[in-house]
Every structure is written in structure tokens, then in C-alpha cells.
Design a protein around this ligand. Structure first.
Ligand SMILES: Cc1cc2nc3c(=O)[nH]c(=O)nc-3n(C[C@H](O)[C@H](O)[C@H](O)COP(=O)(O)OP(=O)(O)OC[C@H]3O[C@@H](n4cnc5c(N)ncnc54)[C@H](O)[C@@H]3O)c2cc1C
Length: 385
């Protein structure tokens, strides 16, 4: 077994770490206060190639593989997870349908724009009546002449307000639904009948917007089915294929934030004096620090192993990806709780970043499949055959 991170990925990670220190750390609080990432920082992200980490080199991306992408997300999420989210949809659910199942024309048209960050791609599956039960989407698509006409409403769509192209899942055959009746379409922001609805007010993740997308007799050309007419009705399969990588990168984000919380807690415990000595000298605090470090170590090892497996095996890491998402996100939430506890009252104050991490991390147990759904997936895989 070789646990060395390959040289090219180490260099990439070092570059991102320097970018985080120099450009992102100083504005992290500003992003929280203003609920937006300054455009000049987004531009640097473009120049570093961060929007195209997972897009193949032939379409102008970096194509650094799953392990590389996870390493970058660990670094970005150590400062503020909203930076990961900004590039996350272009690298993940907003582009991978096209990468995995798109036609050559679709790849040539969209992937270079997504890789450069000129365009933002998003993934629009969730609806008010279709959350964990994603197959229950109500949005419909009807072929009228040479156009598809979409009607419906998506909600909770990350980066929806800045989307240039959305991967939208709509019912094309009610009798078949997930078994051949849901199709993945590409909808551009200039398509008639496409509207951005309410931007949702959230508990955390400021700097990253989540909103409704509305399709009101939205007309798109016939060639916008991902993968072309041959993929009519097979959109649910496309959706499921994109999810395992998303689950791994969500694990990476959780590990990166948890690592930062450990470092903040160590620093605080060394300098905070009570009863005449630093609180790190109390065994109760040491136990929390030891538990945090041990759980992060376990999470990081399984994350890197599963990412490495995916790079080696293609997409067949369904069970491992769900295990990573489940373990790492729940682990990071426990770590955040201990970090707040070590900081005492200061951990509850907005002056200290642990308060923000605590709120932001709560989301990781919910989106891209809740913890309960991950357990369902793992159990289903275990019980197969
Ligand atoms: C900030 C944010 C960003 C998001 N971004 C996107 C995006 O970009 N694109 C997109 O398509 N979606 C997005 N989502 C949606 C997200 O994936 C869903 O919220 C999530 O899948 C859960 O669906 P739900 O909210 O409808 O909860 P529900 O499905 O209503 O779940 C409620 C509870 O019931 C439990 N539950 C439901 N079914 C089962 C079951 N079979 N077994 C056991 N427990 C069950 C759940 O685990 C949960 O605890 C986002 C959500 C948020 C909050």
C-alpha cells in the first residue's frame, strides 16, 4: 500500500493553501457579513483553474481526479465552505451529467465554459414534493414540435441565482417515472419561461445562495436532453451516476472544516487560562481534543481511500461514497460541537469562527442525501445479491 499523495496533487494543494492564506482568510468574515464573495476573488479562482478541477483536459479543465478534487476541497473548507460551494456545482453536480452522459456537441458547447468559470452550472432535482424521494419530481416536459416545454418549480438550488446552465430533471412519462420516465435537460438562463424565484434564507453558508427555479412554459430546443434522444427517460440514471462523487467531495469539505476546528481549539485551549492554568491542562479538555483528532484521522483515511478507489475503478464506489459522506459529515458535526464546548461562551459568539463552522456544518448532514438516506444506500448495497 502506498499512502503518498502524488507529486502533482501535492503541488496543486500547496497552491490552493497559499491562495487560502493570502486571499481567502482575510475576507472570510467580510463574506459572512455581506453574504457574497467579492468578484476579484472569484476571478482568481478562475485563473487557478478551480472551476474545472473535475472537467477533462480535452475540454479545458484540469482533470485532476477525485482524490485531487477532495484535497482542494479540504483546503477551501478549512476557511469557509462557501468558497467550495462556489466552485462545487461546476465541478460536481452541475457538470458531471454532461461529462458522464453528454453528447460530443454538448461537451464541446458547455464544458469549456464551465471549466473556465465563465459559466456557472447547477443541478436542479429537488422540489417541494421531491426531496429524499427524488423520483417524485412533478416538473413536466412535453415535446411540442421541435421544442421541449417545461413546467414546474425546483427549490433549494445551490448557485441557482447565478446559473447559466441548469441540469433539470423533469417527468417525460408519468407511468414510468424513475424507471424510464424522468429525463435530464439542459436549460440556459436565456431560455424563454425560465425564471429565478426566491433566494432562500438559511441558517448558515452565507456567501452561497440557494434558490427556487421556475419553469413556466419554458421552451428549449429538442437537442437539450443530456445524451440526446437516446437518453429520453434515463435522466434518473444520470442523476444517480453524478451523486457518488458529490458524496465524496462533501466528505472532503467536512474533513477540511473539522481539521480547522481542531487547530482553532488547540490554539484556544493553550492560551485560555482558568483556575491559574491553560485549559488544555485539564483532562476533560484533553479528552475532547484527542477525540477530535482521532475522528478526523479516521475520516480522512476513509475519504482518501474511497477517492483513490473511484479514480481507479470509475464510478463503482456507491457504498463507499455513502459511507464517507455519512461518517465524515457526522464526525465533523461532533467535532464542531466539541470545538464550541472548548471555546466556552466565546464559542457561542459571532466574533469567533467556530460559531460559523458549527452552523455551516449542520447542512452537510442534509444535502446531497441526508444521513438517513446514506444509511439506506449502504444497507441496500450490503443486502444486494
Ligand atoms: C442549502 C441547501 C442546498 C441544496 N442544494 C441543492 C441543489 O443544488 N440541487 C438540488 O437538487 N437539491 C439541493 N438541495 C436539496 C437537498 O438535497 C434536500 O434538502 C435533501 O435531499 C433532503 O430533502 P428534503 O429537504 O425534502 O427533506 P425530506 O426528504 O423531507 O426529509 C425529512 C427527513 O425525513 C427523513 N427521510 C426521508 N425519507 C426517508 C427514508 N426513506 N428513510 C429514512 N428517513 C427518511 C430525512 O432523512 C430527513 O431527516 C439543497 C438543500 C439545502 C438545504
Amino acid at each position: 500500500m502506498d499512502f503518498e499523495i502524488p507529486e502533482n496533487l501535492r503541488l496543486m494543494t500547496d497552491t490552493v493553501r497559499r491562495f487560502v492564506k493570502k486571499d481567502l482568510e482575510p475576507i472570510s468574515q467580510q463574506v459572512e457579513d455581506e453574504d457574497r464573495i467579492p468578484e476579484e476573488v472569484v476571478q482568481t479562482m478562475r485563473e487557478l483553474g478551480l472551476f474545472g478541477l473535475s472537467i477533462p483536459e480535452e475540454y479545458d479543465g484540469l482533470g485532476i481526479g477525485t482524490l485531487g478534487e477532495c484535497l482542494v476541497y479540504e483546503e477551501l473548507s478549512a476557511v469557509n465552505a462557501c468558497f467550495r460551494t462556489r466552485i462545487g456545482t461546476n465541478n460536481g453536480i452541475g457538470s458531471q451529467g454532461i461529462v458522464i452522459d453528454g453528447t460530443t456537441e454538448q461537451k464541446e458547447k458547455y464544458l469549456p465554459k464551465l471549466a473556465s468559470g465563465e459559466w456557472i452550472g447547477v443541478f436542479a432535482l429537488t422540489e417541494p414534493e421531491a426531496g429524499s424521494d427524488a423520483a417524485n419530481v412533478q416538473t413536466t416536459a412535453e415535446l411540442k414540435g421541435d421544442k421541449w416545454v417545461l413546467n414546474g418549480r425546483k427549490h433549494f438550488i445551490t448557485n441557482g441565482d447565478i446559473a447559466d446552465v441548469s441540469t433539470v430533471f423533469a417527468v417525460t412519462d408519468k407511468s414510468k417515472r424513475a424507471k424510464g420516465g424522468i429525463t435530464a435537460f439542459l436549460v440556459e438562463k436565456t431560455d424563454p419561461g425560465f425564471f429565478v424565484g426566491t433566494i432562500e434564507r438559511k441558517m448558515g453558508m452565507r456567501g452561497s445562495h440557494t434558490c427556487e427555479l421556475i419553469f413556466d412554459n419554458c421552451e428549449i430546443p429538442r437537442d437539450r436532453i443530456i445524451g440526446g434522444d437516446a437518453n429520453l427517460g434515463l435522466g434518473f440514471r444520470t442523476a444517480m451516476k453524478t451523486l457518488d462523487k458529490g458524496r465524496l467531495t462533501m466528505g472532503a469539505s467536512a474533513v477540511g472544516s473539522a481539521q480547522k476546528l481542531l487547530e482553532l481549539s488547540l490554539d484556544y485551549a493553550k492560551q485560555r487560562v482558568q483556575f491559574g492554568k491553560p485549559i488544555c491542562e485539564f483532562q476533560a479538555v484533553q479528552i475532547m481534543l484527542a477525540d477530535m483528532a482521532t475522528q478526523i484521522y479516521a475520516g480522512r483515511q476513509m475519504l482518501h481511500h474511497a477517492a483513490w478507489l473511484r479514480d481507479k475503478r470509475g464510478t463503482a464506489v456507491i457504498k463507499e461514497a455513502s459511507m464517507v459522506k455519512l461518517f465524515c459529515t457526522e464526525m465533523a458535526n461532533r467535532v464542531a460541537d466539541m470545538a464550541v464546548q472548548i471555546h466556552g461562551g466565546m464559542g457561542y459568539m459571532k466574533d469567533f469562527p467556530v460559531e460559523r463552522f458549527y452552523r455551516d456544518l449542520r447542512l452537510t448532514r442534509i444535502y446531497e442525501g441526508t444521513s438517513e438516506i446514506q444509511r439506506n444506500v449502504i444497507a441496500r448495497e450490503l443486502l444486494k445479491g
